[in-house]
Design a protein. Structure first.
Length: 286
């Protein structure tokens, strides 16, 4: 057995002379020596090179789509789109759950301080050109509200008189167009400083955040007693649907978005039970 292995190895190593001879003159053009081992080695290296090249062609070219069972470009695109839809649906379900929980707490007069606020970090607008610092006037306003609430025994009761509410100005600026129901202008336009903050007028829950062609970035907040406040033409929104907000909390930034906007300003609306109210009857914007 050992002799057969030695003989096989010797055969593989045995060298042959391969010569190329001119057919006419029988002169040797060139020659080289090789063995069976050399041939096997060369074939093995060639096979490895071919396998590597084939893998590279399949991996980095469109040839892979011709492999049976491999998904084509349209199928991969559909898979990616379906994955995005599933992720979006999961996010929408989470937002709906937070929204309904917030609505129940507000309507039942429950404690809203324990609400999960998922956008608390993202709501901190870190643009270096904007600084949301509370002014002395705002501090005085909040202190006055807290002092009144301490001794207001009717707080939380449903009353028809809107003087019962202490509205926080959504933005400080100059009123350029007032409420006019006859002209179907159901709000007040306020021109403010560039990058001015837009604040919630009362405690409530964000029920709508979206972008529209006519009014740009819009956010709506549901308050108690069927009150809804609407803020239009924002340059950016810092809250999401279902978020609970306090009076004076920043909702967005004054902007110039939408076809109906002719310059940086806030269009503010106040509604009760489906009827528009004149915001200037309840809020001082200057």
């Amino acid at each position: 057995m050992a002799k057969e292995k030695v003989r096989l190895w010797d055969r593989l190593k045995y060298k042959y002379k391969l010569s190329v001879i001119n057919e006419t003159s029988y002169e040797e053009v060139f020659n080289f020596r090789l063995s069976q081992l050399h041939v096997l080695t060369a074939l093995s290296v060639l096979a490895v090179i071919l396998v590597v090249l084939t893998i590279l062609l399949i991996a980095f070219t469109d040839l892979r789509e011709f492999i049976p069972g491999y998904p084509d470009g349209n199928m991969r695109q559909m898979i990616a789109q379906n994955a995005l839809r599933v992720d979006s649906l999961e996010n929408e379900l989470l937002k709906r759950d937070r929204f309904f929980k917030s609505i129940r707490l507000v309507l039942n007069g429950g404690d809203t301080t324990s609400l999960e606020r998922s956008r608390e970090d993202t709501a901190r607008y870190r643009n270096d050109t904007i600084r949301f610092q509370i002014s002395e006037q705002e501090n005085e306003f909040r202190a006055a509200i807290e002092e009144r609430e301490r001794f207001n025994l009717s707080l939380g009761m449903k009353e028809q008189n809107h003087d019962y509410y202490h509205f926080f100005p959504p933005v400080e600026g100059i009123v350029t167009q007032s409420f006019d129901e006859k002209k179907r202008h159901y709000g007040t336009d306020i021109v403010a400083k560039a990058n001015a903050k837009v604040a919630a007028v009362l405690d409530g829950v964000v029920i709508f955040t979206d972008w529209t062609v006519k009014t740009g970035y819009v956010i709506q907040v549901q308050h108690t007693n069927d009150l809804i406040s609407v803020y239009k033409h924002n340059s950016i929104l810092l809250k999401k649907q279902g978020d609970y907000v306090r009076a004076g909390e920043v909702l967005g930034v004054v902007g110039n978005t939408g076809e109906e906007s002719s310059g940086p300003h806030l269009h503010f609306e106040l509604w009760r039970a489906g009827n528009p109210l004149n915001p200037e009857n309840f809020i001082k914007f200057k």
